[in-house]
Design a protein around this ligand. Structure first.
Ligand code: UD1
Length: 418
């Protein structure tokens, strides 16, 4: 994958439209497995994680077609119930097929996801929740083998932590279970509400999605549906930080501003002016950037997926702040790369102490994960000289046309071959 080259110093302005949310699209593609027939999903981002999920469901026997930003998944007949190691190792979110497979086929074999660059990410809550619904598990040779000998039945499940992935897997299994399932301490992310909306369009009976108690009344079968993916709040937040660093005004469209609540609060505290429309947010900064403490929390708290971008912002703010990461261990790995650009960041456990500096200096840096990669490009926008960002395949996983969109706003950015 070609490096991204950024030359700092340009001010960004104009309008940019965000794609559909990666974290929703991936689960919607998995959910399409629940209904025999052709499900159509619009506003799907053209990113490599979506291509990986398409491979996962194709491997199960679904027929996947893509045209522009529309994907159709024909899950008429499934010929396999296995998500192989090669794909799960490439993308942890492949585990989202576990719930739909046990729901539809009563069995699933999914490679155990290993660790990843943002820490060890366990699946114990997925397992415990599905066990309550009647799934039996065996773990052998690096695989999770799931069967539902007596079929799936509704149950009350309280999650230890509002895990996004566990909530989604439970939801996708519960829609075809016999009886009522109540998921307590469920994740409340907008992507969960989006998944539930598609499942309801497929004939499921779900209430409370988007709140911490979700109730599902199982139905006999689901039918295919058409659904459009919710706008990507994290992509929107990333461009908002780009605007905050360079001044703006930049208008982001295609996103519900309510999904960005806490991000907007923090950007305002940092000295930015925000105006919102029904599906747009505009940011302008005329004064200096102020240091602002942030702690990541499950939605509606400040998203962990915005933490690296916010650290890049705080690296240039006036004063010092503490950024606390409560969701993932190890999500500060990229801070060392930021330090190579002249940032003053000290990591103490799950806190990062960031003292703003007047100038960052362009340097060769390496993406350690998706959001960290985006954050390094953002830092490059305000760094003196040239920043070369390598391992950009991480960025390709989750941002459609990242370089092109930044360039259209006026940034001096290109891929090395371009
Ligand atoms: C999803 C998002 C990711 C986002 C995260 C939190 C996708 C594809 N990814 O990841 O971008 O950063 O939500 O908003 O949608 N945990 C356990 N046991 C479990 C499940 C989770 O201990 O069974 C822990 C994880 O290790 C982590 C925390 O819970 O520390 C949150 O994980 P979770 O909400 O499940 O995130 P993902 O669904 O993996």
């Amino acid at each position: 994958m070609d490096p991204i080259i950024v030359r700092g110093g340009r001010s960004l302005s104009g309008e940019v439209r965000v794609a559909g949310a990666k974290n929703s699209a991936l689960k919607l593609i998995a959910a399409a497995l629940l209904a025999p027939g052709q499900t159509r999903i619009d506003n799907v981002p053209d990113i490599s994680d979506v291509a990986t999920m398409a491979e996962v469901v194709s491997g199960l026997g679904a027929e996947v077609r893509r045209q522009d930003n529309t994907i159709t998944v024909d899950a008429g007949s499934l010929v396999s119930h296995e998500a192989p190691y090669e794909l799960v190792a490439r993308m942890r979110a492949s585990i989202a097929v576990l719930g739909p497979l046990v729901g539809r086929l009563g069995r699933a074999r999914v490679a155990m996801p290993g660790g990843c660059n943002i820490g060890s990410r366990k699946v114990d809550m997925h397992i415990a929740g599905l066990e309550a619904l009647g799934v039996r598990f065996e773990f052998e040779h690096g695989y999770i083998d799931a069967t539902a000998p007596g079929g799936l039945h509704g149950a009350e499940v309280t999650l230890e932590f509002p895990s996004v992935g566990a909530t989604e897997n439970l939801l996708m299994a519960a829609v075809l279970a016999d009886g009522i399932t109540v998921i307590e301490n469920a994740a409340r992310e907008p992507e969960i509400a989006d998944l539930a909306a598609m499942l309801v369009a497929m004939g499921a009976s779900i209430s409370g999605a988007g709140t911490s108690i979700i109730t599902v009344e199982g139905v006999e079968s689901l039918k295919p549906a058409t659904h459009s993916v919710v706008g990507d709040r994290i992509e929107a937040g990333t461009f908002l930080v780009a605007a905050a660093l360079t001044g703006g005004p930049v208008t982001i469209t295609g996103v519900d501003p309510a999904h960005l609540d806490m991000v907007l609060v923090k950007l305002e505290q940092a000295g930015c002016e925000i105006t919102t429309g029904p599906d747009s947010v505009t940011l302008l900064r005329t004064g200096t950037l102020r240091a602002t403490d942030v702690q990541t929390l499950p939605y509606p708290g400040f998203p962990t997926d915005m933490q690296p971008q916010f650290m890049a912002l705080m690296a240039r703010a006036e004063g010092g702040c503490v950024i606390t990461e409560n969701v993932f261990e190890n999500r500060f790995m990229f801070a060392d790369e930021l330090v190579r650009m002249g940032a003053d960041v000290r990591i103490e456990g799950h806190h990062a102490l960031v003292k703003g500096v007047e100038t960052l200096s362009g340097a060769p840096v390496r993406c350690t994960d998706l959001r960290a990669g985006a954050a390094l490009v953002l830092a490059g926008l305000v760094a003196e000289g040239e920043t070369e960002v390598t391992d950009t395949f991480h960025i390709e996983r989750g941002y459609e046309g990242f370089v092109e969109k930044l360039a259209a706003l006026g940034a001096d950015v290109r891929t090395a071959t371009g």
